[in-house]
Each structure stands twice: as C-alpha cells, then as structure tokens.
Design a protein around this ligand. Sequence first.
Ligand code: SF4
Ligand code: SF4
Length: 215
Amino acid sequence: MTGMNWIRVIERERGQYPVVKVAYTPITCMQCEDAPCIKAARNKAVYRRPDGIVIIDPVKAKGQKQIVTACPYRVIEWNEEKQIPQKCTLCAHMLDKGEKVPRCVESCPTDALVFGDLDDPNSEVSKYVKKGAKGLEPKGGNIGPNSRYYGKKKDIDLLFRNYTPAAVADMNGIRRRAMMAAMVKPAMRKAQEMGLLGLAGAIALNKLNGENDNG
Ligand code: SF4
Ligand code: SF4
C-alpha cells in the first residue's frame, strides 16, 4: 500500500520575484457539522460521534468510492488494497484512551497545531476564534467545518480569497504529502506562520505571531 496522507499541505505564493513569499497551509478533515461525506455514504458508513468527530466505518464503507469525491476538501483517500475510503480520525482511538491531543498536535515541532474544544470559551482554540480565526467554508457551501485558520493577515486573505477547496486540492503542484514528513524540512518551519485550528473537538492551528506582520 502506498502512503496515505491525512494532512495535505498546500503552498501559495504571493509577491513578485525577487521578493516572493510562500505560505504553507495544512488541510485535513474539518469534521464538518453537515458533512457531505456522511450524506454520500450508504448504510450509515460514515457517522458523526457525539463529540463531533466524523468517522468512516471501514466495514460498512468497503467499496463505497463515492465517499472519497463527496468531500469538498479532498481529504479522503481511497485505499486500493483494502477497497475502503480512509481519512484523519482526529486520533479518536487515542482520545478515547485519555490522550489529551492527537499525535500530530503533540509532535508538531513548531506548535503550528492546536487542539481543543470550540464549545469551551476558555479553550485555547476559542481564544484564537475570538482573535479572528475562521473556518474555511467551500465556496457557496455551508457545511460547517470545525477547523479554524489563523495567521498572518496576508496569508489568510490569500487563503480565503476565491478559495474552493476541491479546486485547490486538485491544483497542479500541490504537494500531497504527510505533514509529518514535510515538517522535518527546514522550509516547513514556515508552517508556523499559518495554523489550522479546529474541532468542536477541534484541532486548531496556531502560532500566529503575525497579525501585524507586513511580510
Ligand atoms: S472535511 Fe471532508 S471528510 Fe471531513 S467531515 Fe468534512 S466532508 Fe467529511
Ligand atoms: S495524527 Fe491523528 S489527528 Fe493528526 S492527521 Fe493523523 S489521524 Fe488526524
């Protein structure tokens, strides 16, 4: 089986040569409130847990390739070997055992990811929301993504302007690679310039030293 990427990192450039800046944005399952993947699944093969985490049942979802394309963010991958759709689980199995945060949040060397409860006004993610962190709705859509993005104003503006998740996901040159792998590269240090926050059970991205950055 080839590697499956639960987090895609997209690159967006702004500026003109020789002054060009690149913003890296992680895109993963947004644990949507009104998830298209749930609607596309037969036999309740995709469902939402009470805590908000959207889960694909690997047994019920076998053979249901339509679930992959239902996601406007293109964060579901098709496992050819097992013939099942797969995606980020928000490490639900670990949270159920008492872990406080998902593995990617725990291991991110730049603290670009934050995990918390959007329903808790005192959580770290809620603090970012108060500072302006936003969910990335598909253009024309209203599906309630439960991740939030916060970062330098120019990068966030670039991300949200004309953002159509599927179009971005299908864009040539997108590096479909696991964030884990990417983060070992020095260039990925820039990932800290933009973060993904999230989930009502949320993963959130952080680190924004940059609202006032003009770079
Ligand atoms: S981001 Fe995609 S896979 Fe995740 S809940 Fe929303 S529609 Fe489903
Ligand atoms: S480490 Fe867990 S939360 Fe992070 S992308 Fe992988 S499955 Fe999702």
